[in-house]
Design a protein around this ligand. Structure first.
Ligand SMILES: Nc1ncnc2c1ncn2[C@@H]1O[C@H](COP(=O)(O)OP(=O)(O)OP(=O)(O)O)[C@@H](O)[C@H]1O
Ligand SMILES: [Mg+2]
Length: 278
């Protein structure tokens, strides 16, 4: 399939505009400028995240650790983004700020129409509860509850959730719903964690090294589950990984180094996980 057609189909209208403006800008930086500004204004309405000038400084007694330096970051509806970078480059700090788990020292973060960087604690709690799903390296399941009950914990406090059965079906665990975490493999536990994150139908999933504790084949199964959620439910996903090979599965790859975004690449084709070797 032609890659441009693919982009159009996956992201109706707005992503075609982004795609065209990106390439036009590369080819004719000056002539395209006013066109790009116009496109950008249209695109703004459709952001999941729009972060500008983000900095984060952790103070440890006398010592200051600068984790983010003047980062501009965008995530668009339905996008699958892979975030790469060396250890300590600021990936988790960025994701935690986007997820309302941490706050920036300076700069702004807009989530859809809401200025997150001005939200108070209780607004951030509401935001985390309703709008964003998290998947971490360790699954954080409750050991005394079955897979179904772990997911139900979230669906019971959500406004318009999937059923736990739907969410677990989406990650291929229909036949494991009544298993306790100790009766599940690591990859299955991570898929329960994904089902739990997705069940409340968030617009965005933030995943911090979701395959970090898994072997290659199990990691692929977990990534396939995320890929399916992205394609079938339309959830925008940002995945942090140390594994550069995974970059091929994303629509866009953002590379961080020493607290800055140093590369932002659009993949015109998303590679199937079956073809990715690492
Ligand atoms: N709560 C904190 N207090 C102090 N320093 C912190 C804190 N969190 C992160 N840092 C520092 O900020 C920098 C960026 O950390 P971050 O966790 O964002 O990196 P990372 O890219 O996710 O690394 P890794 O790949 O190892 O997870 C590091 O130097 C880290 O030591
Ligand atoms: Mg990290």
């Amino acid at each position: 399939m032609n890659s441009k057609v693919k982009v159009t189909e996956r992201y109706p209208r707005i992503n075609l505009l982004r795609f065209v403006s990106y390439h036009l800008n590369n080819a004719f930086p000056i002539a395209a400028d006013s066109f790009f500004v116009r496109i950008h204004i249209q695109a703004k309405k459709n952001h999941i995240f729009e972060a500008r000038g983000l900095s984060k400084v952790y103070k440890m007694g006398e010592v200051e650790v600068v984790a983010l330096k003047d980062v501009d970051f965008d995530l668009f509806p339905g996008e699958m983004m892979v975030l790469l970078g060396a250890s300590g480059s600021g990936k988790s700090t960025l994701l935690n700020i986007l997820g309302g788990l941490d706050t920036p020292t300076s700069g702004s973060v807009m989530y859809e129409q809401t200025m997150l960087s001005e939200a108070n604690e209780s607004e951030l709690t509401q935001y985390r509860r309703k709008h964003v799903g998290f998947v971490f390296q360790f699954y954080n399941l409750i050991p005394s509850l079955t897979a179904r009950e772990n997911v139900a914990l979230v669906t019971e406090i959500s406004d318009n959730p999937m059923t736990p059965e739907e969410a677990l079906g989406l990650v291929g665990l229909s036949d494991r719903m009544d298993h306790f975490p100790a009766q599940l493999s690591g990859g299955e536990q991570q898929r329960v964690a994904i089902a739990r994150a997705v069940a409340k139908k968030p617009h965005v999933l933030l995943c911090d090294e979701p395959t970090g504790a898994l072997d290659v084949e199990t990691g692929k199964i977990v990534l396939k589950a995320l890929d399916r959620v992205n394609r079938e439910v339309g959830t925008a996903i940002a995945i942090i990984t140390h594994n550069a090979a995974i970059a091929a599965m994303g629509d866009r790859v953002v590379q961080m180094s020493s607290g800055r975004i140093v590369e932002n690449t659009i993949n015109t084709e998303r590679m199937s996980l079956d073809k990715i070797v690492w």
